[in-house]
Design a protein around this ligand. Structure first.
Ligand code: NAD
Ligand code: DAU
Length: 357
C-alpha cells in the first residue's frame, strides 16, 4: 500500500522509533518528518537509516505553531495522512514552565488541525485521509488501587502537561464532529526503549547508575505506571492508522504495572550484574527518596481490550527482555547520551533536583 505520511515530532523519542520501524515494516510508506528540534528533538535519532529507507524519508524543520509555515508546506506537498507526535512531553518541566506546553500542545495542535482541514478540503475531502493524534493515559488522571482506564473514563488531568494533552484531544475530536476531518486518537501508557531523552525515569536511572550518581525517587516510590516497550506502541499506531475507525479513541498499554521503586531496584540489579558491583558497592545504596512531584498521579493502568479485540493488536514484548535490551542500548550508545546532555540539560537537572533534596 502506497502512502505519503507527514509525521510531526519525528525527531523525539517515540517519533524516531516510529519512523525507523515503519520504514522497515511498510515498504510502500514515504515519510516526511516535521520537527522544530527543541531540546527533545535530535537529528542523530534518525541518522544512519538504511539506504532504501533514506530514499523514502525526508526531514522538514519547522514549528507546528507557525500557521504560515504550515499553509506553505501543505500548498507544496500533499499527504495521505498526518501522524501527530509533536509535543512538550515531560511532566516535571510542565510544572516549572507550563507556557511552552500550552503553546505547542494546545495552540500547535490547533494550527496543525486548521492546516490539515484546509488541505483535506482542497483535495476533495478524501475519506481515506487520517489525522492520527498521539495522546497519553495521563488525561484520565489517577487511579486508586483498583480499576483500569477505558476509552470511556472521564478526563481528569492533574498536571499542566496532561491538561494540555487533554485540551488537544478535545480539539482533535471537535474537528471531526464539527468539520468531518477523519481523525483517530490514541491514549498510551508509559513507553521505554532506545532514544528516550534522559530526563525520564528509566534512562535517567540507567545513566545515574552507570555514573554512580544519586538515584532520585519521588515521594515513597510507590506510584505505579503501566510500562510498554516503544516498538509495541509504534506497531499499535500503524494498526490504528490503517484500521482504526474514524472518530474513535483507542487506549494502548502493555499490562506491566510496576511501582517506581521496583523499577529502580530492578535496574540496579541488572546493571550491577553487568558492572560487577555487589555488597557495599551495590547501586541500591545510591537510591535517594526526594520531595514528591506536586500533583503526582498515584497509579496508571490501561484497559487495552478495545484495540486488541477490534483491531487485533497486542503487546508482544516481555518487560524483562525489553528492559534488558534497553539497558544494553544505552550502554552501547554513550556517544548519543553525551550529545543530548548539553549545558541546557545540566541546567534542567540542577533546577529540578537541586530543590528536591
Ligand atoms: P519527546 O519529548 O521525546 O519528543 C517530542 C518531539 O516533538 C521532539 O522531537 C521535539 O523537537 C518536537 N516538538 C516539540 N515542540 C514542537 C513544535 N512546536 N513543532 C514541531 N515539533 C516540536 O516526546 P515523546 O516521549 O516521543 O512523545 C511523543 C508524543 O507521544 C507526545 O505527544 C506525548 O504526549 C505522547 N506520549 C508519550 C508517552 C511516553 O511515555 N513518552 C506516552 C504516551 C503518549
Ligand atoms: O503515562 C504516559 C506518560 O508517561 C507520557 O504521557 C509522558 O510524556 C511521559 O513523560 C510519561 O510521564 P511520567 O510522568 O509517568 O514519566 P516520568 O518518566 O517522568 O516518571 C515516571 C514515574 O517516575 C513517575 O511516577 C515519576 C517518577 N520519577 C520520575 C523521575 C524523572 C521519579 O521518581 N524520579 C525521577 O527522577
Amino acid at each position: 500500500m502506497e502512502k505519503k505520511i507527514l509525521v510531526t515530532g519525528g525527531s523525539g523519542f517515540i517519533g524516531s522509533n516510529f519512523i525507523r520501524h515503519t520504514l522497515q515494516i511498510r515498504p510502500g510508506f514515504q515519510i516526511r518528518n516535521l520537527d522544530a528540534l527543541t531540546y527533545a528533538g535530535n537529528p542523530l535519532n534518525l541518522e544512519n537509516l538504511p539506504v532504501d529507507h533514506q530514499a523514502r524519508y525526508g526531514f522538514i524543520q519547522g514549528d507546528i505553531c507557525d500557521a504560515r509555515f504550515l499553509k506553505n508546506l501543505f500548498e507544496q506537498e500533499t499527504f495521505d495522512g498526518v501522524i501527530h507526535f509533536a509535543a512538550e512531553s515531560h511532566v516535571d518541566r510542565s510544572i516549572h514552565g507550563p507556557e511552552a506546553f500550552i503553546r505547542t500542545n494546545v495552540n500547535g495542535t490547533f494550527q496543525l488541525l486548521e492546516a490539515c482541514l484546509a488541505m483535506w478540503k482542497q483535495n476533495g475531502s478524501p475519506s481515506d485521509f487520517r489525522f492520527l493524534h498521539i495522546s497519553t493515559d495521563e488525561v484520565y488522571g489517577s487511579l486508586g488501587k483498583e480499576g483500569y482506564f477505558t476509552e470511556k473514563t472521564p478526563y481528569d488531568p492533574s498536571s499542566p502537561y496532561s491538561a494540555s494533552k487533554a485540551s488537544s484531544d478535545h480539539l482533535v475530536k471537535a474537528y471531526h464532529r464539527t468539520f468531518g476531518l477523519p481523525v483517530v486518537v490514541t491514549n498510551c501508557s508509559n513507553n521505554y526503549g532506545p532514544y528516550q531523552f534522559p530526563e525520564k525515569l528509566i534512562p535517567l536511572i540507567i545513566l545515574n547508575i552507570i555514573e554512580q550518581k544519586d538515584l532520585p525517587v519521588y515521594g515513597d516510590g510507590k506510584n505505579i505506571r503501566d510500562w510498554l516497550y516503544v516498538i509495541d506502541h509504534c506497531e499499535a499506531l500503524v494498526t490504528v492508522f490503517l484500521k482504526g475507525v474514524i472518530g474513535e479513541t483507542y487506549n494502548i498499554g502493555g499490562g506491566t504495572e510496576l511501582e517506581n521503586i521496583r523499577i529502580v531496584h530492578l535496574l540496579c540489579e541488572l546493571l550491577d550484574e553487568k558492572l560487577g558491583r555487589s555488597g557495599k558497592n551495590s547501586s541500591k545504596s545510591l537510591i535517594r527518596f526526594v520531595t514528591d512531584r506536586p500533583g503526582h498521579d498515584r497509579r496508571y493502568a490501561i484497559d487495552a481490550s478495545k484495540i486488541e479485540r477490534e483491531l487485533g493488536w497486542k503487546a508482544r514484548f516481555v518487560f524483562s527482555e525489553a528492559i534488558a535490551r534497553t539497558i544494553d542500548w544505552y550502554m552501547d550508545h554513550m556517544d548519543w547520551v553525551n550529545s543530548v546532555r548539553s549545558g541546557d540539560y545540566r541546567k534542567w537537572i540542577e533546577n529540578n533536583y537541586g530543590k528536591r533534596k
